[in-house]
Design a protein around this ligand. Structure first.
Ligand SMILES: NC(=O)C1=CN([C@@H]2O[C@H](COP(=O)(O)OP(=O)(O)OC[C@H]3O[C@@H](n4cnc5c(N)ncnc54)[C@H](O)[C@@H]3O)[C@@H](O)[C@H]2O)C=CC1
Ligand SMILES: O=C(O)[C@@H]1CCC=N1
Length: 271
């Protein structure tokens, strides 16, 4: 049985633990708090605090600490331990090139899943090259669907798909509040808006054309929908959504640059 380690088994890391277990790996997970360690133990993984030992014992290593914590994590693992390993990072922004600098001799991939992995509906982008491609793909397929993309798509993917569940949750909350404000009980509004969201996604997928065509099918002249659409226009909802994704994507690039500079300075000794 092959061993997979998950370094930093938090929100996303514990979903990676589940994926590893479901694919038949022996899983070793690391964390800093007692709570994290107990949780992954409960899932059926071995839980330890020593990252170097986890890497030493694994064939496949997944890195799921926050990007800001990566330089510290990298410092705690002797460079030679990475040789021959397959490494998958799910960290936002951190470039393959930066990862390869730290993990010379490893086969490195980046993946960007989302939190919908909790219901096996993650939409995951993967980038990287090497013979482990199929293995990496099947690991993430156990959490939902996968797309192989070029690395220059990863920042905008992180914004649109990685952070996407947060944006959609915010929109759902706004719609529910609108219904409550118009007199509907919250529970009824919440449950029905989720069904409508699922239905709209299916409808758009089935329609295959542009989403404005579906919008126009709903919009009766002088009816109710046009009044709502006008309010959305007046409040700049579409412009706000464009700016939401742009701004989040810029932050992913920014994080990538910051981490790369720190790695060069603190681990490679470059100025
Ligand atoms: N939360 C999300 O929806 C998504 C997050 N990501 C990426 O996944 C990564 C993790 O994000 P979350 O799971 O949300 O964060 P989190 O804070 O829930 O998990 C990170 C875990 O790493 C642990 N950790 C930090 N330093 C460590 C060290 N030196 N050794 C061992 N464990 C250490 C923390 O204690 C924590 O349990 C980030 O890089 C993020 O960019 C990617 C896709 C979606
Ligand atoms: O907020 C973040 O930085 C992470 C990346 C994608 C989702 N959450």
């Amino acid at each position: 049985m092959e061993t997979l380690s998950v370094l930093g088994a938090g929100t996303i890391g514990s979903l990676l633990v589940k994926a590893g277990l479901s694919q038949g790996y022996r899983v070793v997970a690391t964390g800093r708090s007692e709570r994290t360690l107990l949780r992954v133990k409960g899932l059926g993984a071995e839980a330890i605090t020593d990252n170097a030992s986890a890497v030493m014992r694994s064939d496949l290593v997944m890195i799921s600490v926050k990007p800001q914590h990566f330089p510290e994590l990298a410092k705690s693992i002797p460079r030679e331990l990475w040789r021959g390993k397959t490494v998958i990072s799910v960290m936002a922004g951190v470039r393959l090139d930066t990862l390869r600098k730290v993990m010379g001799g490893a086969q490195v991939f980046r993946a960007m899943p989302n939190v919908n992995a909790v219901v096996n509906m993650s939409t995951t982008a993967i980038t990287g090259e090497g013979e482990a491609k199929e293995l990496v793909d099947s690991l993430f397929r156990s959490l939902g669907v996968t797309y192989w993309v070029s690395e220059d798509m990863m920042d905008v993917w992180t914004a649109l798909i990685g952070s996407g569940p947060a944006f959609i949750s915010e929109i759902v909350d706004g719609l529910v509040l609108g219904a409550v404000s118009s007199g509907m009980p919250r529970d009824l509004a919440y449950s029905s808006v989720l069904d409508m969201l699922k239905g709209t996604a299916e409808n758009l997928k089935n329609h295959k054309g542009h989403p404005v065509e579906v919008r126009d099918n709903v919009t009766t002249p002088a009816g109710t929908t046009i009044r709502g659409l006008k309010a959305m226009e007046e409040r700049g909802v579409k412009a706000a959504l464009i700016e939401t994704v742009e701004s989040s994507s810029r932050r992913a690039s920014e994080l990538g640059k910051l981490i790369d500079e720190r790695i060069r300075r603190e681990l490679i000794g470059e100025d």
